[in-house]
Ligand binder design. Structure first.
Ligand code: R5P
Length: 299
């Protein structure tokens, strides 16, 4: 048997297959049954000493997290020496601190649960914050940036004119700067604030540079309800932007978010295959495999 088993979690079978191919590893399917009350039951066959579980934790978020724990438990029972979880979209990373008194720091709990099942290495993509990463010790956590891949896509597929990269909030300023550097274009970070009780988002209207008739790439780690992108697009339109594109690592696009975004005049949504779907245009498997290869192929 191959020295590496890539376990294709029910949420990410295509990405797992691609990663297994890059690594020349055994691909193990996870057989899933969902009971009428929503419980998952997972069956996986024989696995080798190095197990790599691939599963993004998009909705149903808690179910997908629990399925990772189930797969890891089985790998441990099969005698795995190393268990790595590749979780491109890591849910709960936004709950990295107590924003209001008495709130639970949920990402710290997720880290403990993963560790308890024997996961010792975690690879994620564009995690929401460094602070979220800090809760994972002793799990060895690595964060991969999708920015070079998104920038490549923008360069080769979008015919941008006098473009500017815009972050919808100051927390994403560094991400937008990195993207802008690849394209040698200007960058702006909007000043967004969110009411922590109601979730209501507002954006400061003053921009640092003139964007009249310029193409805009809105760049974010994730698009969930679409609220942040829509608020930003409304302002950018008002300021005279030409074409507006939305790019992100994780296109959650809950309910009719994609429709609402397009209705706001955004030309296109471009995301990675962290979450499968119509907007998953950028394949993460080569960069994930590149990080995994030196750690697993020689052991
Ligand atoms: C917030 O800090 C994040 O970077 C995203 O901007 C946000 O989570 C996107 O969520 P939504 O699409 O619901 O506004």
């Amino acid at each position: 048997m191959s020295e590496i088993s890539v376990i294709a979690g029910p949420a990410s079978p295509d990405l797992a297959a691609k990663i297994a191919k890059h690594l020349d590893a055994q691909l193990v399917a996870a057989e899933l049954r969902i009971f009428s009350d929503g419980e998952s039951k997972i069956k996986i066959g024989r696995t080798s000493r190095n197990c790599i579980i691939v599963q993004s934790t998009y909705p149903p978020t808690d179910t997908h997290i629990l399925q990772i724990l189930m797969m890891a438990k089985k790998c441990a029972e099969n005698g795995a020496h190393k268990i790595c979880a590749v979780v491109p979209y890591l849910a709960y990373a936004r709950q990295d601190r107590a924003f209001l008194e008495d709130e639970v720091v949920s990402i710290a709990l997720i880290a403990k649960l993963l560790q308890a099942t024997g996961i010792d290495h975690l690879i994620t993509v564009d995690i929401h914050s460094q602070l979220a990463m800090s809760h994972f010790a002793p799990i060895d956590i690595e964060n991969i940036s999708s920015i070079p891949l998104l920038a490549d896509f923008a360069t080769s597929k979008l015919k941008l004119q006098n473009a500017v990269a815009v972050s919808p909030d100051s927390g994403g300023a560094q991400r937008a700067r990195e993207f802008a550097n690849y394209l040698s274009i200007d960058t702006i970070a909007l000043k967004k604030s969110r009411d922590r009780n109601t979730g209501e988002v507002s954006v400061n209207e003053k921009l640092d540079i003139d964007i009249t008739d310029r193409d805009v790439i809105l760049i974010d780690d994730m698009i969930s309800s679409g609220g942040s992108i829509i608020k930003a697009a409304r302002l950018l339109n008002k300021k005279g932007a030409n074409r507006i594109y939305a790019m992100c690592a994780h296109a959650l696009l809950i309910d009719d978010a994609a429709h609402k975004i397009q209705a706001r005049g955004i030309q296109d949504i471009i995301a990675t295959n962290s979450i499968p779907g119509e907007y998953a245009r950028v394949d993460l498997s080569p960069v994930i495999a590149k990080v995994l290869k030196p750690r697993y192929s020689a052991s």
